[in-house]
Ligand binder design. Structure first.
Ligand code: CP
Length: 321
């Protein structure tokens, strides 16, 4: 069992929790490889998707994950809801909870909104991304993807590149990767970093060229334009010069190294059009689509581990109907 009933951030998880999530994700990856990709583990449970901010990967993968576990799903649309009539977010959550919802998946553009909802309600929830704060399920699927490529996390060299200051993925990944004893280097510029550069306690370098030949995992962050009230970088050309992945740089990575990106990719900024158009041609080193695929198994594991504590057993994972 997990030590927590909500997934709010990476800090709330113990190493034992993380290992349990990884092991369960492996079980669900096997389920997803079957002809019939569904188990009845959570029949009768209801999972509520509340996305107050745009999403393609996270929202759809949570919805499919819940369905593959046999749960009912409810999709809340903020723009068509009574929020428009002045209902508060807390009253909205409580109203939907009254419809016997077992778990809420919440994404919001405000950092800290998840903790606020938890302080006012008792609905079990998973943070699907809150502002610049945390995106724990992205970090867990990233870890699972790394685990498929390396036998051990210890001392693995990870370079996280780009817009650190605006990125909830960076916050969650840095925290998780360090917890698993990886060696994390940040590749960024002062205007894309927190005011206190020592905030993360990681080594910082100024160009992707400083790490490209030695890194095991090159993690490209998205430029978070929607969170940039000011211009954080002089020009795309300048960004490309220090931080972008193109074919020439890709040819310099170590033989076993992998490339990751949480998506969506700003083509021509974080990764060149040429690399994006030929992702499958680099010996399977670019894991962007694999990260999406793994998101489903990891989210099944999380939903299962939270709701199964209420009674569903492992036997139900193994039953094929
Ligand atoms: N990586 C990620 O969170 O993508 P979405 O915004 O599409 O969910």
């Amino acid at each position: 069992m997990l030590s927590v009933k909500n997934i709010t951030d990476i800090d709330c998880l113990t190493v034992a929790d993380i290992n349990l999530i990884m092991e369960n994700a492996e079980t669900f990856s096997e389920v997803l490889s079957r002809d019939f990709k569904k188990v009845p583990a959570l029949r009768g449970k209801t999972v509520l998707n509340m996305f107050f901010e745009s999403s393609t990967r996270t929202r759809n993968s949570f919805e499919i994950a819940a369905k593959r576990l046999g749960a009912d799903t409810m999709n809340f649309s903020a723009s068509a809801s009574s929020l428009n009539k002045g209902e508060s977010i807390i009253d909205t959550v409580k109203t939907l909870q009254s419809m016997i919802v077992d778990l809420a998946i919440i994404r919001h553009s405000d950092s800290g909104v998840i903790d606020y909802i938890l302080s006012k309600t008792d609905i079990p929830l998973i943070n699907a991304g809150d502002g610049k704060h945390q995106h724990p399920t992205q970090a867990l699927l990233d870890l699972y993807t790394i685990r498929q490529n390396y036998k051990t996390f210890k001392n693995l060299k990870v370079a996280i590149v780009g817009d650190i200051v605006n990125s909830r993925v960076a916050r969650s990944d840095i925290s998780l990767f360090k917890k698993m004893c990886m060696d994390v280097t940040l590749v960024s510029a002062p205007m894309l970093m927190p005011e206190n550069p020592d905030y993360f306690g990681s080594k910082i370098v100024k160009s992707i060229d400083d790490v490209i030949e030695e890194t095991d995992v090159l993690y490209m962050l998205r430029m978070q334009f929607e969170r940039q009230a000011k211009k954080y970088y002089p020009s795309v050309q300048e960004y490309n010069r220090f931080f972008s992945l193109d074919k020439k740089r890709l040819e310099r990575i170590k033989e076993k190294s992998i490339i990751m990106h949480p998506g969506p990719v700003n083509r021509g900024i974080e990764i060149s059009e040429q690399v994006m158009d030929n992702m499958e041609n680099f010996n399977g080193r670019i894991k962007i689509n694999r990260q999406v695929e793994n998101g489903l198994a990891v989210r099944m594991a999380l939903i299962y581990l939270i709701l199964a504590a209420g009674g569903a057993g492992k036997d139900n994972i193994e039953t094929n109907n």
